[in-house]
Design a protein around this ligand. Sequence first.
Ligand code: HEM
Length: 175
Amino acid sequence: MPILPRTVALWLMRLGLIAAVGVHIHAAYGLTILNHNARSVKYQSPRDYQVANFASRTMRWTGVIVVLFLFWHLADLTWGWWNGTGNDGVFVRGDVYGNVVRSFERVPVATLYIVANIALGFHLFHGTWSLFQSMGWNNPRFNKWRRYLAVGIATIVVVGNVSFPIAVLAGIVGE
Ligand code: HEM
């Protein structure tokens, strides 16, 4: 506004995001099939992982957690399905600040946001790291920086996102 009517810019961004989610899920599904075809019989002995770390081995779990969180999150703060069930919570369309405060004042909801965003952090860490691998940008000269970048991006997102529920629970942000 006022360059474009409000809903036009909003829906352009939403369509971009929906397309990105679709492409991402398609790529993850394709990778799962490739992985399965490469070795359809499970390893029979316990693994002693040399390269795969916790984040890379849990990509499917953290991915599923983030998708489930996304639906919860839309229902909570965009559609306003759950806010009415809070202590004195009421969902008011357009009152973004108030909706966030009323939602995060409920400890189980704030906890869910914190856990989901930590899962997102692990997912982003490995995603950023393996992006370089997929693009073939792998060189001992800068692999150290690649790791720093993955840690940096994941940390900024997790610390930033988790600061919201913590600020509300700590009473720093309130109505
Ligand atoms: C604690 C961290 C987060 C907070 C405080 C937060 C806050 C919000 C709020 C207040 C809205 C509603 C905005 C409005 O009504 O105008 C919203 C919408 C949304 N959030 Fe979050 N969010 C967080 C994390 C995330 C994460 C991790 C994702 C993605 C995985 C995400 C994806 C979205 C999407 C897709 C929408 C809908 C936007 C639309 O209207 O099209 N959010 N968020």
